[in-house]
Design a protein around this ligand. Sequence first.
Ligand code: FAD
Length: 426
Amino acid sequence: MPSADNSFGFVFCGGGPAGLGPIVTAARSGRLGELLDRGIALVEPGPVGPGGLAHYRIGANSLGGPFLECLDGLGDDSPFAALRDLPETALLRGHADEHPPLSVVAPFLTRLGAVVRELLEAHPRCAYVADRVDAIALTDDDGVVVTTGDGRELRARRAVIATGGRPLAGFARAEIVPGLSLAPHQDRVFHSESFIDARRRLPAANGRAVVVGGSHSAWSVVDLLASDAAEVTLIHRSELRLFYSGADEARADGYAFDPVLDVCPANGRVNRYGGLRGRAHELAAAALGLRGPGPAPVRLVRAGAPGALDVARQALADADVIVMANGFEANLPELSHPDGAVLIAATGPTGTEVTDQGHLVDVHGVRHPRLIAYGLGAGLAPSAEVGGEPSYTRRADGVWLYQHDIGEIVLDDLLHHVTTTGEIHA
Ligand SMILES: Cc1cc2nc3c(=O)[nH]c(=O)nc-3n(C[C@H](O)[C@H](O)[C@H](O)COP(=O)(O)OP(=O)(O)OC[C@H]3O[C@@H](n4cnc5c(N)ncnc54)[C@H](O)[C@@H]3O)c2cc1C
């Protein structure tokens, strides 16, 4: 540990795609030296870089090319430049215009993580700590103390919390819409993440499954179930949205969209954030009748539509397996106030609540600029800065965003932060 007093500018808790985002962004925008000179401790118990993407054996919902855009425009003297010639990069480049398996993406992210780790280990004011974060306490002197699994205390101005997500509490008993609850069926309810992780199969009975949700995760589950299921019922609350690179492409596919609300003003993409891509797009387009029949016989039930409640209730009663794909909340370590009182983060239907800058919001509505949380389970909601279609009101997450728009918001905030005492750290 280079810092004799364990003091840093920032402690990054978690070194997955989100945690690395601002560091990669800093390298792309010529601010890496400035960021590292502030002093960073990165605490990550596993491999630095790939996070959860290392173990999902499904296809990426993004094209291969955007994962490599973090290398665009780097000078040859950038510490990340050497990544361009690695075999892992070449392999991913071979999938630039298609949706690669995540097993091809993860090794590239691991090499990216190795560069970050080496940078931190080589810098006199930085450190890499191979441990987990157990607790983060706000202190009286406008800083934080981060306690690691082995009891080390790291002091910093601020904590960047990117420790990934966990299923929303009570997901197995959730009420999908008023009058439609999973509670009576909770012994048959799985969360999409564990289902995808274990590549579960449908237990042989009547071959019926219900998937709740309309996100990429929901469709990844449909895909996994496709080969075994006699029927998959997908119960979704909001309209299924498909991504298109432009309005003409969407029209050519016969897809109905709102030309103002569903189109990103920044780049003309249709459903830039809310739209299904890749394999999920194919499956959903087939289920919506825009294409020929898909590989899975999917019955769509829009909860809340007239008559849907009875159909959905019957489907839940008949299902061998129910998979809930309602998202995540942030997997936060224990948080406390300077007086030792527990700090409880606010959680809404789309995850842990943070401000547009990623400042954690507690259950009393108080914002905590010293605790920056984003990534899976706490993604920033798109704002005018991030762009996106106006109809999208949920969280934006994705590796590209962490390394670009979201990474920039967090980086700017870290480098130009006004403390609660009015002091500017710029
Ligand atoms: C099934 C699925 C598929 C996805 N596919 C894509 C895709 O194709 N393309 C895309 O752009 N996005 C995808 N995403 C969305 C998102 O980009 C990824 O989930 C991404 O991995 C999120 O990054 P993260 O860093 O927030 O979380 P994670 O990837 O979960 O990383 C969190 C990191 O924090 C560490 N950690 C956990 N607890 C602690 C602790 N207490 N202390 C210290 N460290 C800790 C973990 O070891 C891990 O390295 C997908 C999400 C899911 C769920």
